[in-house]
Structures are given as structure tokens and as C-alpha cells.
Design a protein around this ligand. Structure first.
Ligand SMILES: *Cc1c(COP(=O)(O)O)cnc(C)c1O
Length: 390
């Protein structure tokens, strides 16, 4: 007999487990493996945020349970950020909810909003967590196709009518993981209109909203007039402030959905540790100079690798944001065979595009999460690969 549920038994294997296993084996053999596979910032959380955490953690009142929806200071800081960055007004009481990272928030949102058998449109290629979250909540995911030739905007006319009719939710993610695609406000205008027309909830994952380059500013779905009647948007401190391990994010928008998620969550967790919420509030109320500093570093890394790829004949679109470079595998390779070649012959880990669904086949994702010094070593090793350069 087994104590494990069918639900868990049938979960897809963790994206990186196979690659990480191989990494350990190679490291044990003495190979200096360079890991460009993990999509998490390598730089530390800025000191001013850590200082606030240290201060608040000494206050006994902060050792008690947080309010379910997150403390007032955090929810007000989110509203402040939306006003300042997007000129969007949010009611911190009803239109903002703290989540224990957006991954938690998105998974629980599915339970709070879909009934078994409902269809959810998920970006393809896209972040694999979405499809799994839908599965765990008993829903069915249907691909919302994205394509490089259209800049990875949603191709609504490529979704069959049956899926659209059965769909109750549509997920979007810009700036995007894995494609690093960014969009202008027209894409969100169109998305809200599509949601309204088809009676869908639009869920936008804005995990990389502040990680942008070349003067590009990422819009918010909430800037679309009337968005609140059909949309919620997730944000996270993880990537912009190098706070992946802190587990703090938020969801804003439609009151009814926020309330449903808060109700569901109140039966599962009791929000995040108060000092973490307060430190996150300090981050959101800051001048974002720390974020700009990190962005300059990501951009420098991206340009260096992009230029090398170009010289080598590896095609990529130069991104305006995220911590990724998304590129085409050279002729004669699949995503998997190229990722394997890089690991076996250069000791470099990248993520094969098919890890993000079949529409990611033919691509690979590089995380810009090592120093330029290490990237120089990556470049040196890549130039020695046989059968790659043209
Ligand atoms: C990293 C990432 C997240 C996870 O963010 P957390 O707030 O740390 O849970 C969500 N969405 C995308 C697309 C990501 O890449």
C-alpha cells in the first residue's frame, strides 16, 4: 500500500531535478559547473531591508500571528507602490492581499476560483507552475499559444472555441519567464477586453514588473480602465529585491476574487511573519534605486551574452527585462540535446526550452544570475564547442 495520494503521485517531476542530479555527479568528478539554469537572483537583499527585519524581529508584538490578509502597513505599501508606479488607486482593505510568495498565491487562487473540470488558459511556452496549480485544483489547462514571430503576445485566434467557452481563467505573465518578452499597454487592453467578452478572470503574474532595461517600463493590467471587474495581478518581492527566500508577495485587483482567496487561505496559513511584511513594506516604499542598480547589472550580463550569441550565430531577441535570455538552439539540435551538450562538454547548465511546454522546443533559457567574470568563462567554453559555431 502507499500513503501517497494519486494527486501527488501524478505530479510531473520537478523541472530541474534531473539536471541537478547530473550537476552533482559532474561536481563530484571535479568539474567546475556553471549553473545558468536557476531563475533566482544571485545578489543579496539590500541592507536597508535587512535592517528593518532585524529591528522589527526584536519587537515582541511582531512574534504573534499576522492578520490573515497581511498587516495594514504592508497592504498600504502595495497601494502606495501602485499609485506611484502606475497611477492606479487600490483600496488596501479590500483590493490588496499579502501572499507567501506569488507561487503560493497562484496555487491557492486556483482552489479559490475554479470548480473541477473548469478550463484555464495558460501561456505556452510558460512558467510550469501554472499548469500544475490548475491540475492540483482539479481544473484542465488549455494552451494559450505565444510565438516569437508575434513577440509572444497571446494568439487568441489560435485557441479553439470549445476551450474558450469552457475557460473561467486566463493567465498571463509579462515581462515573461521564460521568453523575457515584454509588452505595451495595448496587450493588456486587449486581454481585459477578451476576458470581458468571454466572461473570464484574467490573472496576471507580474513577478518581473520592475526588472526592465533600455528605459522600458512595464505596464500593469490594473491601468486598463475597468480592469478590476475582470482581473487580478500578482506581484512579488522575490526578484526585484533579491528576496526569493523571504516568501513575500501580493495580489491586487478584483475584490470578490481577493476575498475568496483570503477566505481559502485563512483555512491554510496565517499570512507571513510580521517583520518580513514590514521589511517588504520598506522595500516597496523605497525609491527603487537598489532595483535600478541590480537592473544595470542584469543588463550588462545580458548584453555580454547576447553579443556572444550573435557572433556565434545563436539567435535571440534582445530583451527589455527579466533575468533571462531566451535563445534558439543552433541548427541540428533539439532543446534537450543542446542543453546536454552544454553540460557534458562545457560544464554549463541552461534550461531546455521544452521544460516550458512543447512550444518551447527549439529554444533554451539562460538565467543571468552569475557574475560577468563567470560569464566570460561560459563564453570561453562555448567558443570551444564543436558543431555549434558557424
Ligand atoms: C520566480 C517566479 C515566481 C515566483 O515568485 P515567488 O513570489 O518567489 O513565489 C512567479 N512567477 C514567475 C513567472 C516567476 O519566474
Amino acid at each position: 500500500m502507499s500513503f501517497v495520494s494519486d494527486k501527488v503521485t501524478h505530479l510531473p517531476p520537478y523541472l530541474f531535478s534531473e539536471i541537478q542530479q547530473k550537476k552533482k555527479t559532474l561536481q563530484a568528478e571535479g568539474v567546475d559547473v556553471i549553473d545558468l539554469g536557476i531563475g533566482a537572483p544571485d545578489m543579496p537583499t539590500p541592507d536597508f531591508i535587512i535592517d528593518r527585519l532585524a529591528e522589527e524581529s526584536r519587537i515582541p508584538a511582531n512574534h504573534r500571528y499576522s492578520p490573515y490578509r497581511g498587516c495594514t502597513e504592508f497592504r498600504e505599501a502595495v497601494a502606495h507602490f501602485y499609485k506611484k508606479q502606475y497611477n492606479v488607486d487600490l483600496d488596501p482593505e479590500t483590493e490588496v492581499l499579502a501572499v507567501i510568495g506569488s507561487k503560493e498565491g497562484i496555487a491557492n487562487l486556483m482552489h479559490a476560483t475554479i470548480n473541477p473540470g473548469d478550463t484555464v488558459l495558460v501561456p505556452a511556452p510558460g512558467y510550469p507552475v501554472y499548469g500544475t496549480a490548475v491540475d492540483l485544483a482539479g481544473g484542465n489547462s488549455a494552451a494559450l499559444p505565444l510565438d516569437e514571430t508575434n513577440g509572444y503576445v497571446p494568439l487568441y485566434n489560435q485557441v479553439d472555441h470549445k476551450s474558450i467557452n469552457q475557460a473561467t481563467i486566463m493567465l498571463l505573465n509579462y515581462p515573461s519567464n521564460p521568453t523575457a518578452a515584454t509588452v505595451n499597454d495595448d496587450t493588456f487592453l486587449e486581454a481585459v477586453a477578451f476576458a470581458r467578452k468571454n466572461q473570464l478572470l484574467l490573472v496576471h503574474d507580474a513577478a518581473y514588473d520592475m526588472i526592465t532595461f533600455h528605459g522600458y517600463e512595464s505596464p500593469s493590467v490594473m491601468q486598463v480602465p475597468g480592469a478590476k471587474s475582470h482581473a487580478v495581478e500578482f506581484g512579488s518581492l522575490s526578484k526585484s529585491f533579491n528576496m526569493t527566500g523571504w516568501r513575500i508577495g501580493y495580489v491586487v485587483g478584483n475584490k470578490e476574487v481577493i476575498n475568496a482567496l483570503a477566505t481559502f487561505k485563512s483555512n491554510i496559513d496565517t499570512s507571513q511573519f510580521l517583520p518580513i511584511q514590514k521589511a517588504a513594506a520598506t522595500a516597496l516604499k523605497s525609491d527603487f534605486s537598489a532595483v535600478k542598480r541590480h537592473n544595470a547589472i542584469y543588463q550588462q550580463r545580458m548584453e555580454k551574452l547576447y553579443d556572444t550569441f550573435r557572433e556565434m550565430g545563436i539567435e535571440a531577441t534582445k530583451p527589455n527585462g527579466t533575468i533571462f535570455l531566451w535563445a534558439k538552439v543552433p541548427d541540428g539540435f533539439t532543446s534537450t540535446s543542446f542543453a546536454n551538450k552544454l553540460l557534458d562538454e562545457a560544464g554549463v547548465i541552461v534550461t531546455p526550452g521544452n521544460a516550458f511546454g512543447s512550444r518551447g522546443e527549439g529554444y533554451f533559457r539562460v538565467a543571468l544570475t552569475v557574475t560577468t567574470g563567470r560569464l566570460d568563462e561560459v563564453i570561453r567554453r562555448m567558443r570551444q564547442l564543436r558543431g555549434v559555431t558557424n
